[in-house]
Ligand binder design. Structure first.
Ligand SMILES: O=C(O)C1=C[C@@H](OP(=O)(O)O)[C@@H](O)[C@H](O)C1
Ligand SMILES: C=C(OP(=O)(O)O)C(=O)O
Length: 430
């Protein structure tokens, strides 16, 4: 995809459904009793992998544009897949599904693409094993492909080293099948969609913060039945982030982004934008599917550098590539730290962000847990090596809109993983 410099992005856009919420709606719908209707479902490749996995385990799932109907068969209604479950590029599918599969009577295997199969899975193998699950890395390297066979699950209180919603969710989902309460404590609160949605489906879930610390605990009681729901998925703030950045960086722009999920465990990017001096307002705040949503009004702004660190990091972890692009265009220095998790995403996002921004003329230095960006140098065009990472492709598309010359996004098709209509959205802004 070739991207040139532009001015004046103006208009109102709607962002597709949230990826995290879409995955969870399929998973919980499949193990609930009765029908679940999901509105504004994200038809991105990752969520389609989740659908396919549950179809392979006997669940009827009908797709009608962005409305998906799941005919759930209850907590014990899944059937043995005849083949290895293909999780594609999706870490969320792999880790959350592991928690569910740990509670099944049948054996299963899961494998993904070459990126997925290098991502760390010990973080879920270890707690699920403590719960009594039989789960192993087939290549014995701590990565997928994974093999899961019947185990008898008991409740544990797990203290996770990483603030990861995927780890937390895998344990809570296995906890539905355990013989006593299961709790997860994480160093700082990660996205809480699983807790919120489990509650909607009828599970007995609690969540608490320890006073005076950032530590967060979520727990679930063993469950006998979940009940099918009607779910409206909010627009994905991680996808909206590219248009927030475009509205701020492209001269003479004014964009309204409709119906975006602003759950505080996801909306750290809004705080960072505010700290950078952005002109952003939230309009029409309301709720959809148990989640807070709002329209976001963005106007071109002169940004300045900031520090992004500590408990805010899990609330914006997928937005760091686009935050780095904003920082490159901001006056002054931006420091991003406490974000070592970036190294184990679809690519090592510290490297992919730093290499590509440096190739566009940005003064950027990678660190062990983030990066330091001296902003304000004009960006120039480059060939962007996405390494098939959707977030890199989208973040550098926005960089291309403000860079001199024609920026070439290599393998931009990888954007289908989370936002297949990304380039179409621009048509409403030109
Ligand atoms: O639970 C989820 O839906 C997700 C959690 C995050 O991963 P971690 O749990 O590994 O931080 C995030 O990066 C990913 O895109 C989606
Ligand atoms: C890291 C991501 O997703 P996942 O972990 O589900 O592959 C992402 O979408 O940026």
């Amino acid at each position: 995809m070739e991207i040139g410099k532009i001015t004046g992005l103006k208009g109102t856009i709607t962002i597709p459904g949230d990826k995290s919420v879409s995955h969870r709606a399929i998973m919980l719908g499949s193990i609930a009793q009765g029908t679940t209707e999901i509105h504004n479902f994200l038809r991105g490749a990752d969520c389609l992998s989740t659908i396919q996995c549950f179809r392979s385990m006997g669940i009827e799932i009908k797709e009608n544009q962005d409305i998906v109907t799941v005919h759930g068969k209850g907590l014990h209604g899944l059937t043995a897949p005849s083949d290895i479950l293909d999780v594609g590029n999706s870490g969320t599918t792999t880790r959350l599904l592991s928690g569910i599969l740990a509670g099944q009577e049948f054996d299963s295997k899961m494998s993904g693409d070459s990126s997925l199969n290098t991502r760390p899975m010990r973080r879920i193998i270890e707690p699920l094993t403590q719960m009594g699950a039989n789960i192993s890395s087939i290549m014995r390297n701590g990565c997928a492909p994974l093999y899961i066979s019947k185990g008898n699950l008991h409740g544990i209180h797990y203290h996770s080293k990483v603030a990861s919603a995927q780890v937390k969710s895998a344990i809570l989902l296995a906890g539905l099948y355990a013989d006593s309460e299961t709790a997860v404590t994480e160093p700082t609160l990660s996205r809480n969609h699983t807790e919120l949605m489990l509650k909607e489906y009828g599970a007995d879930v609690s969540a608490s913060f320890k006073l005076g610390s950032t530590v967060a605990t979520a727990s679930v009681k063993p469950c006998t039945e979940l009940f099918g729901q009607n779910i409206t998925v909010p627009g994905d703030i991680s996808s909206a982030a590219y248009f927030i950045a475009a509205g701020l960086l492209v001269p003479d722009s004014e964009i309204v982004i409709k119906n975006v999920g602003i759950n505080s465990t996801r909306s750290g990017i809004l705080k960072v934008c505010e700290n950078m001096g952005a002109n952003i307002s939230l309009l029409h705040e309301t709720r959809a599917g148990g989640e807070p949503v709002a329209d976001i009004l963005v106007r071109t702004s002169q940004l300045h550098g900031t520090t992004v660190e500590g408990p805010i990091i899990p609330t914006l972890i997928d937005e760091i590539p686009i935050i780095a692009v904003m920082a490159a265009m901001a006056e002054g220095t931006t420091v991003i730290r406490d974000a070592a998790e970036l190294k184990v995403k679809e690519t090592n996002r510290i490297e992919t962000v730093c290499d590509n921004l440096a190739s566009m003329g940005c003064d950027i230095t990678p660190t062990d847990d983030g990066m330091i960006i001296h902003g304000g140098n004009p960006l120039h065009s480059a060939n962007i090596h996405t390494l098939l990472d959707h977030r890199i492709a989208m973040a550098f598309t926005i960089a291309g809109l403000v860079a001199d010359g024609i920026t070439n996004i290599l393998d931009s098709k990888c954007i289908d993983v989370s936002y297949p209509t990304f380039y179409d959205t621009f048509e409403d802004l030109l």
